[in-house]
Design a protein around this ligand. Structure first.
Ligand code: DON
Length: 310
């Protein structure tokens, strides 16, 4: 107990230092503007929470501010799809990095409608279809929220309908991807229903504290077996490491050294296997569409803790 307390105290001091450095650097990147509801968010915001495998949470910055988790939701939908279909999911989606931006279409035609991985938009749309399976979007979204709330042990987690509708109105590229997938026989539901579900799970809002806690199911080989078996934890972490930051995944692995999944809302969920889950949020993005200061902060945390898996 004493050791846990002092470890938390050390992490608290490290997080405070990192926040001070991030704010001093004052180099925030640009917020995502293609989803109008996200375009007006102030970029110079920062929060970071670390939840240890023992369940203790330490935070710095705006850690109680809700943000749009966007593509971080793809980690939870992947967990649900693997729970439902097991390895059969991999007949419809690959496990390889794409080397392309998250919303790229070009590979889909060349590779006959099989998305490279479940984190690029095309792969996440197929994963959402695999959870939907002919059910009503409302029921599927309720299942996704149940999973996240149960992982976070917090029921105060919701979908921001305005963000979902804002993306729906400007979602032509995702519509193009969905229609192409369907023309290849890799989308069973109606495009509008699958995308409606996808836009809404991307529009889930969480605080850094909630996201770090929710990520704990991926952090420990001794984690909550009710949510997901250990072998799936390994698969998801491997994919987060190789594909979680799109064409910036190699750079993230090189600089940070543990699995992470980013979202265009500026959030990143990262996992240090058996040690901690980490949520960081700073809405300004780098050229790959990943949080600029979120990535820097994780790099600093890795340097100071030695948490790189390499
Ligand atoms: O489909 C989209 O474009 C968004 N709902 C999610 C994209 C996203 O978060 C990419 N991550 N960095």
């Amino acid at each position: 107990m004493g050791r846990t307390r002092s470890a938390a105290k050390d992490i608290g001091a490290i997080l405070a230092d990192i926040e001070a450095e991030v704010r001093a650097e004052n180099d925030w990147g640009n917020v995502a503007s293609y989803i109008p509801e996200l375009a007006d968010i102030r970029p110079n915001q920062f929060a970071m929470s670390v939840c240890t495998a023992a369940g203790e949470t330490v935070s710095t910055g705006d850690a109680m501010t809700r943000f749009s988790i966007q593509s971080v939701s793809k980690v939870f939908t992947l967990a649900l799809a693997l729970g439902r279909h097991g390895d059969l999911l991999w007949r419809r989606v690959g496990k390889e990095p794409s080397g392309n931006p998250f919303n790229s279409i070009i590979q889909l035609e060349v590779e006959n409608g099989t998305p490279r991985n479940p984190f690029v938009n095309a792969g996440a749309i197929v994963t959402t279809d695999a959870i939907l399976e002919g059910r009503k979007p409302r029921d599927t979204l309720a299942e996704i929220l149940r999973f996240i709330r149960s992982a976070a042990e917090d029921d105060d987690i919701w979908i921001n309908d305005r963000v979902a509708r804002s993306e729906e109105r400007t979602g032509d590229r995702n519509y193009a991807i969905a229609h192409f997938l369907r023309s290849c026989g890799n989308l069973r539901g109606e495009c509008a229903l699958v995308l409606g579900t996808y836009f809404h799970h991307c529009a889930i809002e969480m605080t850094c504290v909630q996201l770090a806690r929710a990520g704990r199911f991926l952090c420990s080989a001794f984690g909550d077996q009710r949510l997901i078996p250990t072998e799936r934890v390994r698969s998801i972490n491997a994919l987060m490491m190789t594909c979680g930051h799109y064409d910036g995944s190699g750079e993230f692995a090189y600089r940070v050294g543990f699995p992470g999944k980013s979202g265009v809302g500026g959030g990143i969920l990262a996992v240090v296997p058996n040690v901690a889950s980490i949520a960081v949020w700073s809405p300004g993005l780098n050229d790959f569409g990943n949080s600029k200061q979120g990535t820097r902060a994780l790099e600093r945390l890795s340097e100071r803790t030695g948490w790189s898996v390499f």
